[in-house]
Design a protein around this ligand. Sequence first.
Ligand SMILES: Cc1cc2nc3c(=O)[nH]c(=O)nc-3n(C[C@H](O)[C@H](O)[C@H](O)COP(=O)(O)OP(=O)(O)OC[C@H]3O[C@@H](n4cnc5c(N)ncnc54)[C@H](O)[C@@H]3O)c2cc1C
Length: 382
Amino acid sequence: MEEYDDIRQGVRALCAHYDAAYWRGIDEVRGFPEDFVRALTEAGWLGAMIPAEYGGSGLGLSEASVILEEVNRCGGNSGTVHGQMYNLFTLVRHGSQAQKDHFLPRLASGELRLQSMGVTEPTTGTDTTRIKTTAVRRGDRYVVNGQKVWISRVQHSDLMILLARTTPLADVAKKTEGMSIFLVDLRQAIGHGMEVRPIANMVNHETNELFFDNLELPVDSLIGEEGKGFRYILDGLNAERTLIAAECIGDGRWFIERARSYAREREVFGRPIGQNQGVQFPIAEAHIEVEAADLMRWRACREYDGGVHAGASANMAKYLAAKASWEAANVCLQTHGGFGFACEYDVERKFRETRLYQVAPISTNLILSYVAEHLLGLPRSF
Ligand SMILES: Cc1cc2nc3c(=O)[nH]c(=O)nc-3n(C[C@H](O)[C@H](O)[C@H](O)COP(=O)(O)OP(=O)(O)OC[C@H]3O[C@@H](n4cnc5c(N)ncnc54)[C@H](O)[C@@H]3O)c2cc1C
């Protein structure tokens, strides 16, 4: 029996109502799986990590990772909901008592959604400490100006965590200081200093450019201490990377199962294609890699839940799992031959979806840099 079997069975039962045809239909029209997200929230899965005293189930990253893994393993796309999972970690760990009292019960009930996090900017990309979006304190307000890019699910969220510079880079001792995070109420911000422009993209992933022109935020939107936002974001990113790793494991298992069953059924030259070593070996190899990546995902989950710094494991889990799911996607498509390209087989959709995770939320190269510098003591390359 796999770990957390009760959670797996519960999520699978819900996902059975949102089958391949459902996700294919949403993908075709570039829609948003509103019914699915509502059902996942009402069943309590999206509030799984909200502490019980605020109406959630008080579960950890391990359980959250199983929920997202299962959504992908059932053929769905957790990219539509995972933002809420990792943003919650930031709010629960660093939010004020008043923020937690006000928002957590509403997030647990589904009245509000916290699906978005605005970090990336067009001119600075991965070099986050050079972000140009500023938040300047004026009396009881912060005034935000700048621009973000690739910010996901803004059109389907009520709240967003925003990273902005509150002290100019020139005035801080370390470049990681002087940035702060804010809980932005999107219902008030959009059209009042914040503009949203959708970005058409390869996956059905709702993502946007954001423009801030004197957006006013009440001072109590600040999460934690002013100037410490980068540290809080990094803390949340380890949760995010571990969750993405679990999603990739879910994708990888979906691809391998599809490849396996097609290879057993499809007959060419009078025998199942899976009888050829040229077909079965790549599937076996992909399976080995997904299972190996899963071990690192569990190491990251246990460290995070145990309060141990999970930076190394979270990064390595994300690296291994994103690579393994992409390999499994490639193998699955190849095993299906021409049918891999037919939308009705869902392979091409999942192939596009899982490709994203070598680029976002952190690119593979940046993980390699992290490992080279922080684990192997090699000189920083940038
Ligand atoms: C669909 C989608 C959804 C997203 N959602 C969000 C979101 O909700 N919130 C958010 O804040 N961001 C989001 N992102 C942004 C994502 O996190 C970034 O795209 C990613 O971190 C890479 O940054 P970049 O695109 O600016 O690439 P760049 O930083 O411009 O890098 C381009 C390439 O160069 C490589 N590179 C850059 N510097 C180095 C170096 N020093 N050494 C080696 N290689 C290097 C990178 O690895 C990458 O392959 C999303 C992106 C996508 C595509």
